[in-house]
Ligand binder design. Structure first.
Ligand SMILES: *Cc1c(COP(=O)(O)O)cnc(C)c1O
Length: 344
């Protein structure tokens, strides 16, 4: 049978109410790409779970199909979320698919152009907040407590249910869980979901390496960060809603949560692009963390299977690349000029 989306495929493992009405864009089923060159360098067997290939370009679609399907099934007419960008685009797309109204709150001036454009293209009402993501999240929580508007941030439990499918897919492809799972941590919904998914699927448990950006690393510092700053806007979060669960996942799995600098994130983004995988900055954090641990001898690589989750596509945040790059060379439209330049 042709692929019909995550709820069709894994619904039996997802705790969704009977009223759920499936709204799908055939999300999930993303490739687990082997990385032979990096594997040789690190001395392990490395795979990238490329979540940028979801319908709106990030893993958020896994949780959104579940959250919107539940909300629409119970009759919600309007959904709302706070977002650093990808949740907004995803909520907007699934709301559009369902024919309901979507409202998204974003921190003013801090959302990548491609993500904002997505939310607008899919028809969301986009509102900028003079404040951080954390401020925006407080507001959507309050309005959804006081009105019938449905909340689709990852404090919505169905988001977590849907996002567990990433773990299921990895186990289905590898035959069992990997030894390590590395991923970026922002609001900490994804690390919570993966850990719950691996536990439920009973194909073994990975050790979990969660990676924050140094300027937004509340789980490493042990306290909230009032003014989080990082180029990796998708993890620019100072007060993670599921911080406790992220720490539990790291502890129970005998893993850890670490921080990497923006420089490490950007250099890792280039390393991935040099392998043909272009991810947004936040998405490079998982591999950046693995490389950092490996460099200081804290990663026992030998014979290990490692999956790095690359959470979102690079195409949504092109300014990170183009701003640091002079315009491409210009030549006359002549064969001679071309040959002279390329040196064939
Ligand atoms: C949302 C997001 C994250 C962070 O995930 P959390 O569940 O908030 O920890 C990381 N990378 C990308 C691309 C995202 O969109």
């Amino acid at each position: 049978m042709t692929y019909q989306g995550l709820i069709q495929r894994y619904g039996q493992y997802l705790d969704l109410p009977a009223h759920t009405k499936i709204i799908s864009l055939l999300e999930g089923n993303t490739p687990l790409i082997p990385m032979p060159r990096l594997s040789r360098e690190l001395g392990c067997e490395l795979f990238i779970k490329f979540e940028g290939l979801n319908p709106t370009g990030s893993f958020k679609d896994r949780g959104m199909t579940a959250a919107i399907s539940e909300a629409v099934g119970r009759g919600a007419q309007t959904v709302i979320c706070a977002s650093t960008g990808n949740t907004a685009a995803s909520a907007a797309a699934y709301a559009a698919r369902a024919g309901v109204r979507s409202i998204v709150l974003i921190p003013e001036g801090k959302v990548a152009a491609g993500k904002l454009a997505g939310a607008i293209a899919y028809g969301a009402e986009v509102i900028q907040i003079q404040g951080s993501f954390d401020d925006a999240l407080s507001l959507v929580v309050e309005i959804t407590q006081k009105t019938p508007i449905a909340l689709v941030n990852s404090i919505n439990p169905y988001r977590i249910e849907g996002q567990k499918t990433g773990a299921f897919e990895i186990c289905d492809v590898l035959g069992s869980a990997p030894d390590w799972l590395c991923l970026p941590v922002g609001n900490a919904g994804n690390i919570t979901s993966y850990w719950a998914g691996f536990k439920q699927y009973q194909k073994g448990l990975p050790r979990v390496l969660g990676v924050q950006a140094a300027g937004a690393a509340p789980l490493v510092l042990g306290h909230p960060v009032e003014k989080p700053e990082t180029i990796a806007t998708a993890i620019r979060i100072g007060r993670p809603a599921r911080g406790e669960q992220a720490l539990e996942a790291a502890q129970e799995s005998n893993g850890r949560i670490i921080a990497v600098s923006d420089e490490e994130i950007l250099s890792t983004q280039k390393i991935l692009a040099a392998e043909g995988v272009w991810v947004e900055p936040a998405s490079a954090a998982g591999l950046a963390g693995l490389l950092a641990e490996s460099a200081v001898g804290k990663f026992e690589a030998k014979g290990k299977k490692v999956v790095v989750v690359c959470t979102g596509h690079g195409m949504k945040d092109p300014a990170v690349i183009t701003d640091s790059f002079k315009s491409p060379k210009v030549i006359p439209a002549s064969y001679d000029a071309l040959v002279e330049l390329v040196g064939a």
